[in-house]
Design a protein around this ligand. Structure first.
Ligand SMILES: NC(=O)c1ccc[n+]([C@@H]2O[C@H](COP(=O)([O-])OP(=O)(O)OC[C@H]3O[C@@H](n4cnc5c(N)ncnc54)[C@H](O)[C@@H]3O)[C@@H](O)[C@H]2O)c1
Length: 300
């Protein structure tokens, strides 16, 4: 049987029309938005009504921002909203051709979702994808009876703005699944795809997370202030934002979780989360999404 690393024919287009998204936090709501804007029928599953409402609000706010900036018409916004249904019932994903899991970065939570999706999703050709930043796709694949149809489709935050998608294949992902996922991301969503083997962090986070952790250590040791570290990288290297603002944007809990996965995989000290990051996560200082992280967002 061909394995994930083998050659495949990327299909420019895709026949995927019915998409499911599990989780509507920062990423899930963005993934739902880009799918809805591409005219797809989207069902989003959250854990409870409050979380579903928050996800719906995040999606509407982002579409409104698109209208204000002139990228979307009022009609296109309303049409996109009309393509998305929020639910707390995972059973409503039964008829989906592609499901993208975007729940918290915890292996047990994701494995439970994949096990449940495998039971629920009826289409024998359906693709079960994860937006995980660092958890091996193999661990999610083997939780199902169809590991050849399990793949990482790793979007970047904010999903409607950043073009990159990393396609992450396990040793068991089939060439057909890779081709279909590539066709979907490029042909339907207009994303730029790069491929990564199934290693913690994939390409981008394996490079980015140690950089962010170095900035946190630099601040923690009193070497420089948070402001000066970020200004240094913005003004000196022309980065659009500094590493500490970026950590706040990603979410400090997600940053920590990715660092832990990288450290577990490679045992390199540069991936170990610094104590300051762990204390901030314990304190609920999660960055933008909680109103405070390395910087304060509550008053903005
Ligand atoms: N934040 C980023 O910049 C970023 C970028 C790329 C990938 N990711 C990955 O995307 C995933 C989600 O990250 P996020 O930043 O959106 O997190 P988040 O904390 O904003 O959202 C996670 C959401 O999942 C929901 N959830 C938890 N268990 C669920 C379940 N069983 N069913 C349905 N919903 C459930 C939670 O209620 C929450 O709304 C993670 O795997 C993360 O590593 C994050």
């Amino acid at each position: 049987m061909p394995v994930g690393g083998d050659r495949y024919d990327p299909r420019p287009m895709s026949d995927i029309k019915r998409v499911g998204v599990v989780g509507s936090g920062l990423m899930g709501s963005g993934i739902a938005e880009v799918c809805a804007r591409a005219g797809l029928d989207v069902v989003v599953r959250e854990v409870d009504a409050g979380a579903a409402e928050a996800g719906q609000k995040r999606l509407t706010t982002s579409l409104d921002r698109g209208v204000r900036s002139g990228k979307l018409t009022d009609e296109a916004r309303d049409e996109a909203i009309g393509h998305v249904v929020f639910t707390t019932d995972l059973g409503e994903l039964a008829d989906r051709q592609l499901v993208v899991e975007a729940v918290v970065e915890e292996e047990t939570a994701k494995v439970d979702v994949f096990r449940a999706l495998d039971e629920i999703v009826t289409d024998p050709e359906a693709i079960l994808a994860s937006n995980t930043s660092s958890i091996p796709i193999m661990k999610l694949g083997i939780a199902t009876s169809r590991p050849e149809q399990v793949i990482g489709i790793h979007f970047f935050n904010p999903v409607p703005v950043l073009r990159l998608v990393e396609l992450v294949t396990s040793l068991l992902t089939s060439p057909d699944t890779i081709a279909a996922a590539d066709g979907f991301a490029t042909g339907v969503l207009g994303k730029k795809v790069i491929r990564s083997q199934d290693r913690a962090g994939f390409v981008v986070n394996a490079l980015l997370i140690p950089y962010i952790l170095s900035a946190i250590r630099m601040m923690e040791s009193g070497f420089a202030t948070a402001d000066d570290i970020d200004i240094g990288m913005v003004e000196g290297c022309n980065h659009p934002m500094g590493p500490l603002h970026l950590a706040d944007l990603i979410g400090l809990d997600t940053t920590q979780a990715v660092a832990v996965s990288l450290y577990d995989e490679f045992k390199e000290p540069l991936y170990a989360p610094p104590p300051m990051l762990s204390r901030m996560v314990e304190a609920g200082l999660l960055g933008r999404k909680s109103g405070r992280g390395f910087f304060d967002y509550a008053s903005r």
